[in-house]
Design a protein around this ligand. Structure first.
Ligand code: NAP
Ligand code: ZN
Length: 351
């Protein structure tokens, strides 16, 4: 084991602070990385504050972070994909059984033995996995992605969760030219959803509760912006959407959004609010609409997404912060005051 510096929460109420954690010795197919940048996902905040206790209760200390870009510092003897000095990236998963059909298909997020990057039982240490708010990490090579050359590395980090989580359902639901697509909530996920839906050629409408984000939404690729608190603006779009991607982190009126779908339209939830939502049956019955969800994406699609980003010159819009400002960033996230992803410069953890 080697010691690593990290930032952790020790209870749902406590601010994050510095601790020392142990990283495992390299096994034959492991990659060790010095972490350069780590994005702050709203999931980190949900998990740190134990808001998902019914589904995945938080084990403390909790080291969050699953939008990781780093430089390879060592590789196990069987690793051929990376060599020391390469840039690699890690998202929400660090292990899976590797043998089930989902793993064979590169859709490890559906593997029954999928291991998340933090707060998940860790067979190597007997504790839980610790995420990317840290100076180093050791990850099985399958879960380390190649970062295409030429992209800004701070802007790449959020692609590993916010990017793939929005890219995957847009592809699954065949978003492209001729489709009217709604993206709800202009935060980390939402701003990537707007960029991708625009790059895929759809007509993109951004729904926001923050009127001051209108100009940014248009710049990021939205064709129209609707302030969702305004019933008249909403009514203009009734029954007109092929697909809506809901990226909202808190309780909101899902029925008002379902009513905007046309016949056979789909609303996919990627946002994961703490509390269950009440769905009105008639919002689905009329128009044979459907409501579904989507978790992150597998390694194959994540690599495809990174390559798509290189081709279309897409990265996240980021505010780079030192790790000492992480608690302030969490407060600002709750005030919807992020443009549009905080990314920690991990050099700030040195010294
Ligand atoms: P974020 O940056 O905080 O963005 C969330 C956005 O939701 C806000 O910027 C705001 O946009 C909107 N919003 C917040 N409170 C709202 C409310 N009460 N009513 C309506 N809109 C509200 O969060 P994020 O990192 O993008 O994450 C979004 C959600 O996705 C979180 O719940 C996160 O846990 C989840 N997530 C899921 C997956 C997955 O695999 N499915 C992966 C990553 C994250 P406006 O200001 O534009 O209204
Ligand atoms: Zn995330």
């Amino acid at each position: 084991m080697t010691n690593a510096k990290a930032y952790a929460a020790t209870s749902p109420e406590s601010p994050l602070g510095e601790i020392t954690i142990a990283r495992r010795d390299l096994t034959e197919d492991d990659v060790q990385m010095e972490i350069l940048f780590c994005g702050i996902c709203h999931s980190d905040l949900h998990q740190v504050r134990n808001e998902w206790k019914e589904v995945m209760a938080t084990v403390y200390p909790c080291v969050p972070g699953h939008e990781i870009v780093g430089r390879v510092t060592a590789v196990g003897p069987k690793v051929t994909k990376f060599k020391v000095g390469d840039i690699g990236a890690v998202g929400c998963m660090v292990d899976s059984d590797g043998t089930c059909q989902n793993c064979k298909d590169g859709e490890e997020q559906f593997c029954p033995s999928c291991v998340f990057t933090y707060n998940f039982p860790d067979k190597h240490t007997g504790k839980v996995t610790y995420g990317g708010y840290s100076d180093s990490i050791v990850v099985k090579d399958r879960f380390v992605l190649k970062v295409p050359a030429g992209l800004d590395l701070a802007g790449v980090a959020p692609l590993l969760c916010a990017g793939i989580t929005t890219y995957s359902p847009l592809h699954h639901w065949k978003v492209g030219p001729g489709k009217k697509v709604g993206v709800v909530g202009l935060g980390g996920l939402g701003h990537m959803g707007v960029k991708f839906a625009h790059a895929l050629g759809a007509h993109v409408v951004l729904f926001t509760t923050s009127p001051n984000k209108k100009d940014d939404a248009l710049r990021l690729g939205a064709d129209e912006v609707v302030v969702s608190k305004n019933p008249e603006e909403m009514a203009k779009h009734a029954g007109s959407f092929d697909f809506i991607l809901d990226c909202v982190s808190a309780d909101h009126d899902i029925n008002a959004l379902l009513n905007l779908l046309k016949k056979d339209g789909n609303l996919t939830l990627v946002g994961a609010p703490e509390k269950p939502m009440a769905v009105a049956a008639f919002a689905l019955l009329f128009g044979r609409r459907s409501l579904s969800g989507s978790p992150i994406g597998g390694t194959v699609e994540t690599q495809e997404m990174l390559d798509f980003c290189a081709k279309h010159n897409i990265t996240a819009d980021v505010e780079v912060i030192p790790i000492q400002k992480v608690n302030e960033a969490y407060d600002r996230l709750l005030k919807q005051d992020v443009k549009y992803r905080f990314v920690i410069d991990m050099a700030s953890l040195k010294g």
